[in-house]
Write a protein of this length. Structure first.
Length: 261
């Protein structure tokens, strides 16, 4: 019933109790989840999870904030993206939140890494999973310059303005909402969620982070994605079943999965 479009089941705090988490997911009606890659060094573990469970899929990518890791080439990403059950390129994008005294000019390596991911997505025809933090203008500019609209994708864990959301929608991207939507201080984000068409919305946990209310501050899991759906339904004045159905259909369409997959 629910599709968690972004989680990190390979992270130690979840991997070590994965059988129990899968039971919790089934009990909560979470029938599918996309396991997101943040380093090439971890890709084999993520891919193995997807191969072992017909309700899990994988992405391949290197998070923009990761330094001192294996730097991906287009070919690295393309080779892995062609494997079974790999349905997206990312997590990629830009993150200027922790500059650590560096200038934006000194973040050119991050922008080039982002372009590498987009070019790989073009080669395999798979969508992008985009992370942007304190970098929306440059993120959108690079998406435009690299014609990312041709492959589409999702702006994951969206926390930007309505203006940024509308620009992303114009590039044929989806907007994914996480547990942040349930936070008391997320008034502006709830207004964005109200405006974004349901047909372009996804829901996610970004687990093990950002657990929704009433679990805020605890370890998050895909079993909590129904709380995000419930808040999105409340904001839009819709039955939660409709939000669950539509966001699941959106995710399956975006990631090229048959309805019966």
């Amino acid at each position: 019933m629910y599709f968690d479009s972004h989680c990190h089941l390979d992270f130690p705090e979840l991997l070590e109790r994965l059988p129990g988490i899968r039971q919790e997911m089934r009990a909560a009606g979470v029938t599918a989840a996309l396991c997101i890659s943040t380093r090439l060094e971890d890709f084999e573990r993520i891919h193995a999870l997807a191969l072992q469970d017909d309700q899990l899929w994988a992405s391949v990518g290197v998070h923009p904030d990761n330094e001192g890791v294996l730097e991906p080439t287009v070919q690295d990403l393309v080779e892995r993206a062609k494997r079974p059950r790999v349905v997206a390129i990312g997590e990629t994008g830009l993150d200027y939140y922790r500059l650590n005294g560096r200038s934006l000019d000194e973040m050119a390596w991050q922008r080039e890494r982002f372009r590498t991911h987009i070019r790989a997505a073009h080669q395999v025809g798979k969508p992008l999973v985009v992370h942007t933090r304190s970098s929306a203008a440059d993120t959108l500019q690079i998406l435009r310059e690299e014609n990312a609209a041709a492959v589409g994708g999702v702006m994951h864990c969206f926390t930007e303005t309505l203006e940024v959301a509308e620009a992303a929608l114009a590039l044929d991207f989806h907007i994914s909402f996480s547990g942040i939507l349930t936070f008391r201080n997320a008034t502006e984000l709830r207004e964005v969620a109200r405006v974004v068409p349901l047909e372009r919305c996804l829901i996610e946990t970004d687990s093990p982070y950002l657990a929704p209310a009433p679990y805020r501050g605890k370890t998050n899991t895909p079993a909590y994605v129904p709380y995000v759906a419930a808040e999105l339904a409340r904001i839009k004045g819709l039955p939660v079943e409709e939000v669950a159905r539509q966001t699941t259909a959106n995710a399956r369409r975006l990631f090229g999965l048959a309805e019966s997959a």
